[in-house]
Design a protein around this ligand. Structure first.
Ligand code: ZN
Length: 239
């Protein structure tokens, strides 16, 4: 078992080096646009569109779920990873991301994955009840909870494409930053980053990752876009 783990870690390490080398070599436009400030300011819009990944906003991994876009469907197939379940199509990527994160902090675990609409409803109602029990009115409780737990249908966890990952005892900011930086190479983005809650409707969450595919994740990371902004950009390009 230990032997297997060592081999696995070795393979991933080598693969990571390969990937890093590949992207350093393969994206000369990235470094040139970053250093040329005058050129970037005049043609940043054009560059953004030029390098947009060749994906469609209708692709399964780009499904947008938030308080304005409720999800009515269920994942076709789920795969268990430890105690959680994810959409089977992202099981391998989730596993690889977890293994990579554990090289930064061995205590890293998957806290939450797929949640059914019923489970989400239960979670939401429990949080409202907790807030009300602390003395808030129903309206105050709803206002408090709405930025933290989504209403049934509005949670990405119902897609099976989102995971909560961290340490059971909580995670240091610098560790969370390192894990966030790893995410795109496995197709994940930190879905609710700092400074974007006006758009996402959710406060900063350092633990909630969403699978969008590697190309989209790298693009979103590079351009500091959340899924709402990225989808809008893809739709704009389509017209
Ligand atoms: Zn989450």
């Amino acid at each position: 078992m230990i032997c297997l783990l060592v081999i696995l870690a070795g393979v991933i390490f080598v693969w990571k080096i390969d990937t890093a080398a590949f992207f350093q070599g393969a994206t000369p436009t990235r470094s040139s646009s970053a250093t040329s400030i005058s050129a970037a300011s005049s043609s940043s819009q054009a560059q953004k569109e030029d390098t947009l990944p060749n994906v469609s906003p209708d692709d399964w991994e780009l499904v947008l779920v938030n308080r304005d876009h409720l999800l009515e469907t269920e994942p076709a197939s789920l795969t268990s990873i430890g105690d959680i379940q994810v959409d089977s199509r992202i099981a391998e990527a989730t596993n690889q991301f977890l293994v990579a994160a554990r090289m930064i902090v061995p205590e890293e675990i998957l806290i939450s994955g797929y949640r059914s609409k019923t489970e989400q409803e239960q979670l939401y109602n429990d949080r409202i009840a907790e807030a009300e029990a602390s003395g808030l009115s129903q309206e105050e409780a709803e206002n408090l909870v709405k930025n933290q737990v989504q209403r049934p249908g509005a949670s990405e966890h119902q897609t099976g494409l989102a995971i909560d990952m961290g340490e059971a005892e909580g995670q240091l900011d610098e560790v969370a930053e390192k894990i966030k930086a790893l995410a795109p190479q496995y197709g994940f983005v930190l879905r609710y980053p700092e400074g974007k809650s006006e758009i996402t409707g959710i406060k900063f969450e350092s633990w909630h990752f969403r699978y969008v595919g590697i190309d989209s994740a790298k693009y979103m990371e590079e351009h500091h876009l959340v899924l709402e902004e990225y989808i809008a950009l893809l739709k704009e390009k389509k017209q």
